[in-house]
Design a protein around this ligand. Structure first.
Ligand SMILES: Cc1ncc(C[n+]2csc(CCOP(=O)(O)OP(=O)(O)O)c2C)c(N)n1
Ligand SMILES: [Mg+2]
Length: 617
C-alpha cells in the first residue's frame, strides 16, 4: 500500500486491538494533538484524510497544551485499566518537549501512552530548521532525545523501512503490564510526508493479548509458608490490584483469611471503604488504624504495589523487628522490593493461586473496633463546622456525599492527595483517581478530561487547588469545545497549603508558599491578590457556581450534577484548618547547620524520626 509514513502510522494504529479475559478493545482509541509545522502536513494530513475518507478510524482531539494532552491520555488509559490508550501528536521543538513531563508521569505511574513527537529533517537539507537544537558534537541529537530516559520504548524513524519495527515494538511495550509506560516514536518532519510501498500485512487487524502471568507453584509455596507463620499480617493493596481487576479475588482472600487490607494511593477502592477487612490508606498519609497495624505487623503482603516512600512512610511504617514481606507483582522489579518472598504474577492470578494454600489460616479481626472509632473521626472531619472559612476536610466530605457509587474523583498534588488518602470513602475500584506517582500539579483537569472520555457514563469530579489551577486550567476549553462534562471543584486557599504546612514543620516558616503581594519584609506576606479564579473559569467557557460555606457547596454540587455543561464549583477554604493525624512520617531532609532557630529545632526532630528508618534487608 503506497502511503506516507504518517498515513501508515494512522492506518496501523486504527487496526490495533487488545484482548484480556476474552474481551477485545481498541488498543489506541484516538489521537490528541496540537499541530505546528512539524506535524501539520504529516500526521495532521493523515488524520484529516482518515477522517474525511473513512480509511482509518482514529478520532482526533485538539488539546490546548501538550503536557496536558499527555495527562488526558494517562487519565484515559488508567480508567481503561491499561487495556486501551491514546496517541499524542506534537510539533517539533517546544510542542514535543512540552510532553516530557507527561511522559515522566506516565512512566512513573506505569500507564501506557503513545507519544509521537515530530523531529528535525532526516535529510538535513534545510538544517537548522525552526526550533532545531544544534548540537555541535553530533548531528543525530535532537531535543527529542530527552524522551529517552522517560520512555519505556523509544525509537526514531529516520527511514520508512524502519516504521514497521518501530510500531510493533511500541505496541508490544504499551500492552505489556510489566513494561508499559510512555512509548515514544519520533517522526522526523520530512519522513512523515515521505511515501513508501508498505506491506498490506502491516495494516491487518492485530490483537495484542494482555497477559495474566500465573505464579510458579514453588513461589506460591514459599509465600504461603511465610503467611501461615504470620501472627499479625497486613495486606497492602496497590494499583496493580485495580489494573488487574482483582477486587473480587482480594475480597475472597481477605474474607477467608481475616487479614486486614490497607491501600495505597493507586490502590484505593480495590475494596470498598466499608468492607469488613478495609483499614484505609497506609503510610505517610494513611489512617492511624492502618499505620498501627503496619507498625506491629510481622508479615506484609504487598499486592501490585511499588512501595513508594508515601506507602512505606519513608521505610518507617513497617517497624516490627524481623518484619517480612511477601509481594505479588507482575513486575519482578517490584515483587523483589523489601527483600520480599517474591511471587511474580498478575494480582488476580496470584491471589487465586495463593488462597487454597491458606485454607486453615485465620487472622483475628480485632482491628474492627479501631476502624469503627476511626470512621467516627472521619465523620467528624467531614462535618467540622470550621469557621469563618470551611476546612478542606468538609469540602472532601461534601464531595464524597455528593458522589454516586460510580462517580470518579480526580486529584494529583497539594494538600488534597494526603487528605483524600486519609479521609475519602471509595466505593468502587474506579472511583478514586489520585495521580500520586508523579504528583504533578496541573494533572487534575486534563486527567479528568481523559477519564470522562474513557467512561462517559460516570460523573467526574476534578478537585483542584488554586496553585494547580493556575498551572494548567486551559483544558477547560478543550472540554467545552468537545462537549465533555466535568465538575471542577476549585479550592481557593491563596497559595500552597501543602508545602506551607510542610515548610513550617521543617522549620522553613512557610517561606514563599502564599500567593500574596510582596510585603514589607520582602516576603509574600502582603495583601491578598486581586485574583478571581471563578471569573477566569467563566472566561474559558465554564458554568461557574461560587459557594460560600459548605451548605452552598452542597447545593452547588447538586446543581453541577444536574447540569449537562462543564461546571466549576468555586469555594474558599482555610489553609490552616486541622486534619486528623496519620501518626506517620515522611523523609524530607532538614538543613544540618543553620543560623535559624526554627531550622535547628526541626533538624533535631528530623534526626529523631530518622532513627526509625529501616532497610528491610
Ligand atoms: C508541577 C509541580 N510543581 C511543583 C510541585 C510541588 N508542589 C506540590 S504541592 C504544591 C502546591 C499546590 O498548591 P495548590 O494546588 O494550591 O494546593 P494546596 O497545597 O493549597 O492544597 C507544590 C508547589 C508539584 N507537585 N508539581
Ligand atoms: Mg492552594
Amino acid at each position: 500500500m503506497r502511503l506516507t509514513v504518517a498515513q501508515a502510522v494512522v492506518t496501523f494504529l486504527a487496526n490495533q486491538w487488545t484482548e484480556r479475559d476474552g474481551a477485545e478493545q481498541r488498543a489506541i482509541a484516538g489521537c490528541f494533538g496540537i499541530f505546528g509545522h512539524g506535524n501539520v502536513a504529516g500526521v495532521g494530513q493523515a488524520l484529516l484524510q482518515a477522517q474525511r475518507t473513512g480509511s482509518a478510524d482514529l478520532p482526533y482531539h485538539l488539546a490546548r497544551n501538550e503536557q496536558a494532552m499527555v495527562h488526558a491520555a494517562v487519565g484515559y488509559a488508567r480508567m481503561k485499566n491499561r487495556l486501551s490508550a491514546m496517541a499524542c501528536t506534537a510539533s517539533i521543538g517546544p510542542g514535543s518537549t512540552n510532553m516530557l513531563t507527561g511522559a515522566a508521569l506516565a512512566t512513573v505511574n506505569r500507564i501506557p501512552v503513545l507519544l509521537l513527537p515530530s523531529d528535525v529533517f532526516a535529510t538535513r537539507v534545510a538544517a537548522p530548521v525552526l526550533q532545531e537544537l544544534e548540537d555541535p558534537r553530533s548531528y543525530d541529537v535532537s531535543v527529542n532525545d530527552a524522551f529517552r530516559p522517560l520512555s519505556r520504548f523509544f525509537d526514531r524513524v529516520w527511514r520508512p523501512e524502519q516504521l514497521a519495527s518501530a510500531l510493533l515494538g511500541a505496541m508490544r511495550v504499551l500492552t505489556d503490564p510489566v513494561e508499559t509506560g510512555a512509548v515514544t516514536i519520533c517522526l522526523p518532519q520530512d519522513v512523515q510526508a515521505e511515501a513508501y510501498d508498505f506491506p498490506d500485512a502491516l495494516f491487518a487487524k492485530r490483537v495484542w493479548h494482555v497477559a495474566r502471568p500465573v505464579p510458579e507453584p514453588a513461589a506460591i509455596d514459599r509465600a504461603a509458608e511465610v503467611i501461615r507463620s504470620a501472627r499479625r499480617p497486613l495486606i497492602v493493596a496497590g494499583g496493580g490490584v485495580i489494573y488487574s481487576e482483582a477486587s473480587a479475588e482480594l475480597d475472597a482472600f481477605a474474607r477467608a483469611t481475616g487479614i486486614p487490607v490497607a491501600d495505597t494511593q493507586a490502590g484505593k477502592g480495590a475494596l470498598s471503604w466499608d468492607h469488613p477487612n478495609s483499614v484505609g490508606g497506609v503510610g505517610s498519609t494513611g489512617t492511624p488504624v492502618a499505620n498501627k497495624l503496619a507498625r506491629e505487623a510481622d508479615v506484609i503482603i504487598g499486592i501490585g504495589t511499588r512501595y513508594s516512600d508515601f506507602t512505606t512512610a519513608s521505610r518507617t511504617a513497617f517497624a516490627a523487628p524481623g518484619v517480612r514481606f511477601v509481594n505479588i507483582n507482575v513486575a519482578s522489579f517490584d515483587a523483589a522490593k523489601q527483600s520480599a518472598v517474591s511471587v511474580v504474577a498478575d494480582a488476580r492470578a496470584g491471589l487465586a493461586a495463593l488462597l487454597p494454600s491458606l485454607a486453615e489460616y485465620k487472622s483475628d479481626m480485632s482491628y474492627r473496633d479501631d476502624v469503627a472509632a476511626w470512621q467516627r473521626e472521619v465523620d467528624h472531619a467531614y462535618h467540622l463546622g470550621h469557621g469563618p472559612l470551611p476546612a478542606q476536610s468538609e469540602v472532601i466530605g461534601a464531595v464524597n456525599d455528593a458522589c454516586g457509587e460510580r462517580d470518579v474523583v480526580v486529584q494529583a498534588a497539594g494538600s488534597m492527595p494526603g487528605d483524600l488518602q486519609l479521609l475519602w470513602r471509595a466505593r468502587d475500584p474506579k472511583q478514586y483517581h489520585v495521580e500520586y506517582g508523579y504528583s504533578c500539579m496541573g494533572f487534575e483537569i486534563a486527567g479528568a478530561l481523559g477519564i470522562k472520555m474513557a467512561d462517559p457514563s460516570r460523573e467526574v469530579y476534578a478537585l483542584v487547588g488554586d496553585g494547580s489551577y493556575l498551572m494548567m486550567a486551559q483544558e477547560i476549553v478543550t472540554a467545552v469545545a468537545d462537549g465533555i462534562k466535568l465538575i471542577v471543584v476549585l479550592v481557593q486557599n491563596h497559595g500552597f497549603a501543602s508545602i506551607g504546612a510542610l515548610s513550617e514543620s521543617l522549620g522553613s516558616q512557610r517561606f514563599g508558599t502564599s500567593y500574596r503581594y510582596r510585603g514589607a519584609d520582602d516576603d509574600y506576606d502582603g495583601d491578598r491578590l486581586p485574583v478571581d479564579l471563578a471569573a477566569n473559569a467563566e472566561s474559558l467557557g465554564a458554568s461557574v457556581i461560587r459557594c460560600r460555606g459548605i451548605a452552598e457547596l452542597t447545593e452547588g454540587l447538586k446543581r453541577a450534577r444536574e447540569s449537562d455543561r462543564l461546571t466549576v464549583v468555586h469555594i474558599e477554604t482555610d489553609p490552616l484548618s486541622p486534619v486528623p493525624s496519620s501518626e506517620s512520617w515522611w523523609d524530607v531532609p532538614v538543613s544540618e547547620v543553620s543560623t535559624l532557630d526554627s531550622t535547628r529545632a526541626a533538624r533535631t526532630a528530623y534526626e529523631t524520626a530518622k532513627r526509625g528508618q529501616r532497610q528491610y534487608l
